[in-house]
Each structure stands twice: as C-alpha cells, then as structure tokens.
Ligand binder design. Structure first.
Ligand code: S3P
Length: 178
C-alpha cells in the first residue's frame, strides 16, 4: 500500500544546526517514502563545480549566502521531494518563506555536546574552523536558536540514530494527516 505521507505532494524540509543529522535523516525519509532527496549544499556544489568550503574561502560567506538563496528559490518549486538544507539557511527570511510555500518545515536539534562529538573531525565546515570549536558551536547555536523556531515540527536527535529520527518524523507527519 502506498504510504500516507507519500500521497501528498508537499515537500519535507529539514532545517537545523550543523551536525544535527539533516542529510542522513533526509536520505532515509526519502528512501522510505519513495521520494527524491535534494540537498541544498550538494545542489550548489554541483552547479558551481566546486566545494562549499572553496566558495567561503575564495569569495566569502556573503557570496555563499547568495548562491544558497538562489538554490533555495529553485528547489522550493519542486514537488514531493525531501529537501535538506545547510544550517544557516534560516538566517534569510525569504528562504523560509520559499521553503514554506509547499513544504512542512521540520527542525532537528541536538545539544552543543552532541553536535561537537558529531562534527569535531569534520574538515568541510568553514564556520567551525575556530580555535575553540565547542565554544563556537555554543555561541552560534544560541544566536540561531530563534531562527530554528520557524519550524512546523521539531525533533531532538541526541542519543538517536538517523533511522530512529526519520521514523519519528514520518509517524508524526502521518498522524497529522489523518
Ligand atoms: C552552514 C552549514 C553548512 C553549509 C555551510 C554553512 C551554516 O551545512 O551550508 O558551511 O551556516 O550553518 P551543514 O549544516 O549541512 O553542515
């Protein structure tokens, strides 16, 4: 039988801080619901033929945010897809307006300790290159907390596998459709 959520064309949009598992969870949801997963960062990298870190390094954050905004505008027009975003997508009001037009916004959260554990060895996150990564995570997380509150649903990911988080999201979306 066709899954209930997959019968609706609304997109499922994952937002949240770096290291909350958006991309992994999004891929699992997409597979389970037979949808395509579109990752905003991967979309930009493919379009520009270079890594996000390269854009930050050579042109700065503002240029990246511009590319991110253009990508979000295009991706938001798709239907029936799972969209995974970069942690800073929420900083631009227009991005959220676009993503909300035909999408449920689902925020993933985690404590600074969990995030640090997940991203400490990551080499591709330009915003976390600071001398004290843990303090930088705490600072940025506090600054961005109000922005993630735009979500329709919020899921905590501490001590959970990506599969468990994906399952809870599907169950919740389905419950709200019945
Ligand atoms: C960013 C998060 C990154 C990426 C870029 C900026 C941010 O994505 O978009 O490095 O501002 O939080 P992830 O959240 O997938 O790491």
């Amino acid at each position: 039988m066709q899954n209930l959520v997959s019968m609706f064309s609304k997109n499922i949009v994952l937002i949240g801080f770096m290291g909350t598992g958006k991309t992994s969870v999004g891929k699992i949801i997409a597979k389970k619901l037979n949808r395509q997963a579109i990752d905003v960062d991967a979309y930009i990298e493919q379009k520009q033929g270079r890594k996000i870190a390269d854009i930050f390094e050579n042109e700065g954050e503002a240029a990246f945010r511009q590319a991110e905004k253009a990508a979000v505008e295009e991706i938001s027009k798709m239907e029936n897809v799972v969209i995974t975003t970069g942690g800073g997508v929420v900083l631009d009001k227009g991005n959220i307006e676009n993503l909300k037009k035909q999408g449920w916004i689902v925020a993933l959260t985690a404590t600074p300790e969990t995030i640090f554990r997940r991203v400490r060895n990551s080499k591709h996150r330009p915003l976390l290159k600071s001398h004290n990564m843990f303090l930088e995570i705490k600072r940025l997380l506090a600054e961005r907390k109000p922005f993630y509150a735009v979500a329709d649903y919020t899921f905590e990911t501490d001590r959970k596998t990506a599969g468990q988080v994906a399952e809870s999201i599907i169950v919740k979306l389905e419950a709200n459709l019945t």
